[in-house]
Design a protein around this ligand. Structure first.
Ligand SMILES: *Cc1c(COP(=O)(O)O)cnc(C)c1O
Length: 435
């Protein structure tokens, strides 16, 4: 359950009117709901309670410091995939000892930063990366805690760009290679293999891929223990899907039902790296209609959010629910099914101002007639939204606000033109350049 609800045809985030927030903070605007973020975290902690879970929120889904701080205060650990994300965790008050360091291309500097900070473990993606971790740990006189990232070769049945757990993926290693690597590091004084890691993809809406992965993990954990490795963690990665359209994703409790009984007999703690399921439906993107335009049979709704603000539709052909912030009389709020014909609506391509045909938020979408100045909400935009934004077309990045009950705080101010040229001014000897 998220906290973006219509009351009398007006969209609210928790107790605040979205229209009033857009008036105050401008558009395009990302709005996040703290109650939703914390609510999902609690359901994960409850559903997996039997395994004493450590939720390591996947920072890459939404790395705003205010969100990391909320997560940290609510008892979350973190999953980082770069030195920059580790830096953010530290800046927001997060504990490195509750942070796992993943990522397929860790540099020596990033490995050293992780070791010096004291991360819980590194998720190791290849033999060569383990060599690097051992070498850096030796130089620092440390023992690196690691988990091998294993591809269980299950098909997560998700978009090909976000599927990672199959044999032919660039991530992790297959089971045979992981067993050989496990054997090779027995007795190595600079590494301690304390876990097994599997992350099989993202936006996974069915439980079968997890059941398959967990089953394979149990066998592997036993094999590693036999070699003498003190495996005490099973890190199941992230990937829980969310409802972008309606009810397509299984509830967290359903995932727990197939995973908990399988892992329980191993005695392992479970770590998980959920990103999308926490942030996704905790955020919306609000934009304002600039123009409407008709070319032939096509109607275009040109509004002030673009692919530089939210690239998911262009990159993954993903679907986001879109509906007016103030619903015109006679229309449902919200519609029962955003993809069905809605009486009285017309079909619109919802597009932004960027000079690319790929710059769209939705195609052929049923919407009431809208005019210049009207506000629309793009739902499920909290994950992989702002973090993937850019300054393409020299567009300042949107502002982000975090709502908690009756209060809204600016979590990131809207960028200015000065922000955008700052790194370049010195090169042209411009007056006012810092360098
Ligand atoms: C992206 C990623 C996650 C988070 O995935 P979600 O689908 O957002 O839950 C977790 N772990 C790793 C290793 C990742 O790369």
């Amino acid at each position: 359950m998220d906290h973006f609800q219509y009351r009398d045809g007006q969209l609210y985030c928790e107790n605040l009117s979205v229209a009033a927030l857009a008036e105050k903070f401008g558009t395009p605007l990302y709005i996040y709901s703290q109650a939703t973020i914390v609510g999902v975290l609690k359901s994960l902690q409850t559903a997996f309670a039997e395994l004493n879970p450590l939720v390591c929120y996947s920072v890459k889904a939404n790395s705003n410091l205010s969100i990391l701080k909320v997560m940290q205060e609510a008892g979350s650990g973190f999953d980082v995939v770069s030195g920059g994300e580790l830096y953010r965790v530290q800046k927001s008050g997060g504990q490195p000892g509750r942070t796992v360091f993943a990522g397929v291309g860790k540099t020596d500097e990033e490995i050293a930063a992780g070791l010096n900070a004291g991360v819980l473990m590194f998720n190791v993606e290849s033999e060569a990366e383990l060599d690097a971790i051992v070498r850096v740990a030796k130089n620092l006189g440390k023992v690196a805690p690691v988990a091998l990232r294993v591809n269980p070769d299950v098909d997560p049945k998700t978009h090909r760009y976000i599927s990672t757990g199959k044999k032919e993926s660039k991530f992790g290693m297959d089971i045979d290679r992981s067993l050989a690597l496990g054997q090779a590091i027995v007795g190595n004084p600079n590494v301690s293999m304390i876990g097994v890691h599997m992350h099989i993809g993202s936006q996974i809406t069915t439980t079968e891929p997890y059941a398959g992965a967990a089953g394979k993990a149990v066998t592997l954990i036993a094999q590693f223990r036999e070699m003498g490795h003190p495996i005490s963690w099973f890190n199941m990665g992230g990937g829980f899907g969310i409802n972008y359209r309606g009810n397509e994703a299984k509830a967290i409790e359903e995932f727990a039902k197939v995973i908990v009984p399988v892992i329980k007999p191993t005695g392992c703690h479970i770590a998980m790296e959920p990103g999308r399921v926490i942030a996704g439906n905790s955020g919306i993107l609000v934009s304002r209609v600039l123009y409407t335009k008709q070319s032939g049979e096509k109607r275009f709704l040109i509004q002030d959010a673009a692919m530089n603000d939210l690239i998911r539709p262009a990159l993954y052909e993903s679907f986001h629910r879109i509906w007016p912030v103030s619903v015109p009389k006679g229309f449902p709020a919200p519609p029962a099914d955003y993809e069905a014909e809605i009486e009285g609506t017309q079909h619109w391509d919802v597009v932004g101002p960027v000079c690319e045909s790929g710059d769209f938020l939705a195609k052929d979408r049923s919407l009431p007639a809208l005019d210049r100045g009207d506000l629309i909400a793009v739902f499920s935009a909290g994950a992989y939204g702002m973090v993937m934004s850019s300054n393409y077309n020299t567009r300042p990045r949107a502002a982000e606000i975090l709502v908690d009950g009756d209060t809204a705080r600016l979590a990131r101010r809207r960028e200015t033109y000065e922000d955008l040229v700052e790194q370049e001014l010195a090169a042209i000897g411009a007056p006012g350049a810092l360098g």
